[in-house]
Write a protein that binds this ligand. Structure first.
Ligand SMILES: Nc1nc2c(ncn2[C@@H]2O[C@H](COP(=O)(O)OP(=O)(O)OP(=O)(O)O)[C@@H](O)[C@H]2O)c(=O)[nH]1
Ligand SMILES: [Mg+2]
Length: 198
C-alpha cells in the first residue's frame, strides 16, 4: 500500500472526544517505550508524525492520524508505567479499555512486545484481557535491530510457548524495526487486506 498522505488529526482523553467521522481504525498498544510511536512513524513514513521519546509514558492521550484520507492509525497510551514504579499490575487506563471495547470504527489492534526480555506478566495479562473482551489483535515484536535474528526468533518461540499457548491463543505475529524498516511492508499489507474486507 502506498502512503499518499499522513496527517495528525487530534488527541483526545477519551474516544468519545475522538474524531466523529467513522473511518476504519488500526490501534497500536503495548508497554511504555516499546516503540508504538516509532512504528506509527515507520508505517506512515513520516518522521515526527507521532512523538517519540526516551522517557517512558510520553503518550498519555489517544492520538489519531489519518492515512490516505481513508483510514486511521491510533497511538494509544502505553501501560505498565506508574511513575517509574515497577508493576505487573494491569494498570492501563479506563479510556484505553473503553476505546478497545466500544470503538465501532476499530478494525484491528496491534499489541507491541519487546523481544529482548522474557515474556512479561503485564503483557500476558493485557493479551488475556483483550482476548476475553473479544478484541481482534495481532502481536508485533519490535526493535528487531537490537539483537541477532536468532535471538529474536528464539524470543518469539518462547513467547508463543510460554505465553500464548497456555491461553490457547494463536494471533498473527510480526517482527519490526523502525531502524531497518523491517516489517513495514508486512503490516501495511495486513492493514490493506483488512481494509479490503471492511
Ligand atoms: N533501535 C531501535 N530503537 C527503537 C525502535 N523503536 C523504538 N525505538 C526507540 O525506543 C524509544 C521509545 O520509542 P517510542 O516509539 O517513543 O515508544 P512508545 O511505545 O511510543 O513509548 P510511550 O509513548 O512512552 O509509551 C525511543 O528512544 C525510540 O527511538 C526500533 O525499532 N529500534
Ligand atoms: Mg508513544
Amino acid at each position: 500500500m502506498k502512503i499518499l498522505s499522513a496527517e495528525f488529526e487530534l488527541s483526545a482523553p477519551r474516544h468519545t472526544e475522538g474524531p466523529r467521522l467513522p473511518l476504519p481504525e488500526f490501534a497500536f498498544i503495548g508497554r511504555s517505550n516499546v516503540g508504538k510511536s516509532s512504528l506509527i512513524n515507520l508505517l506512515a513514513e513520516r518522521h515526527g508524525l507521532a512523538r517519540v521519546s526516551d522517557l517512558p509514558g510520553k503518550t498519555r492521550l489517544l492520538n489519531f492520524f489519518v492515512i490516505n484520507r481513508r483510514w486511521r492509525l491510533v497511538d494509544l497510551p502505553g501501560y505498565g508505567y506508574a511513575h517509574g514504579a515497577k508493576t505487573d499490575r494491569f494498570d492501563f487506563n479506563r479510556a484505553v479499555a473503553d476505546y478497545l471495547e466500544q470503538r465501532e470504527a476499530l478494525q484491528h489492534t496491534y499489541v507491541l512486545i519487546d523481544p529482548r526480555i522474557e515474556p512479561q506478566p503485564i503483557d500476558l495479562a493485557f493479551i488475556e484481557w483483550l482476548a476475553g473482551a473479544g478484541v481482534p489483535f495481532s502481536l508485533v515484536f519490535t526493535k528487531a535491530d537490537k539483537q541477532s535474528p536468532t535471538q529474536t526468533k528464539n524470543a518469539v518461540t518462547r513467547f508463543q510457548r510460554d505465553g500464548l499457548e497456555p491461553l490457547g491463543l494463536q494471533p498473527r505475529l510480526f517482527l519490526t524495526s523502525s531502524k531497518t524498516k523491517a516489517g513495514r511492508k508486512e503490516i501495511l499489507q495486513d492493514i490493506a487486506e483488512r481494509l479490503a474486507e471492511a
